[in-house]
Ligand binder design. Structure first.
Ligand SMILES: [Zn+2]
Length: 170
């Protein structure tokens, strides 16, 4: 209904993946829409599926092409009387637009913050935590944010010097 030309050959499927780091994901390689768990409300499920199918038919990113497709789906939802779904789709596009452009800086700041709060955290634990914030698996995060380990070591070093100083004051 929302994507009349998508998957005419019926090759795509929907799979539930319990360990998925985000609510949904579009796996173009295996032609699957992956969802973590089924949202309680029907409109939420539809919004989630439409979000992912928009990736399938446009691009893996949340840029202009994806946004246009989402808005088209929103118009359609509005026309067929699904006002709440239309609003949800609109909100979802707005939410994605708000995500900061300087995503690298934000990610590395987050690493710094966590190490500052938990100076004894191990790199793998930290990676799991920050990756979850970004809806990624730890290994994906490490590939996307290549300086993670370096920033982690810097933050650790910073905490250490901070500590020895306060120790001397005592
Ligand atoms: Zn997305």
């Amino acid at each position: 209904m929302f994507f009349p030309r998508w998957d005419r050959a019926r090759r795509w499927g929907v799979k539930r993946v319990w360990h998925l780091p985000a609510q949904g994901r579009c796996d173009r390689a295996s032609k699957n829409i992956l969802i973590k768990d089924q949202p309680p409300h029907e409109d939420e499920l539809h919004c989630l599926l439409i979000h992912e199918i928009c990736h399938a038919v446009s691009s893996p990113y949340h840029g202009r092409r994806w946004q246009d497709r989402m808005m088209k789906a929103g118009d359609k939802a509005d026309k067929i009387g699904h006002k709440e779904l239309a609003e949800m789709l609109d909100e979802e596009v707005k939410r994605q637009r708000l995500i900061p452009k300087n995503i690298d800086r934000e990610a590395y700041d987050l690493i710094y913050d966590i190490v500052t709060a938990l100076p004894y955290i191990k790199f793998n634990r930290l990676l799991t935590r920050v990756a979850a914030e970004y809806g990624m698996y730890p290994r994906e995060f490490k590939v996307r944010f290549k300086r993670s380990k370096k920033i982690f070591n810097q933050a650790k070093g910073f905490m250490k010097t901070g500590k020895s100083k306060s120790f001397k004051v005592k």
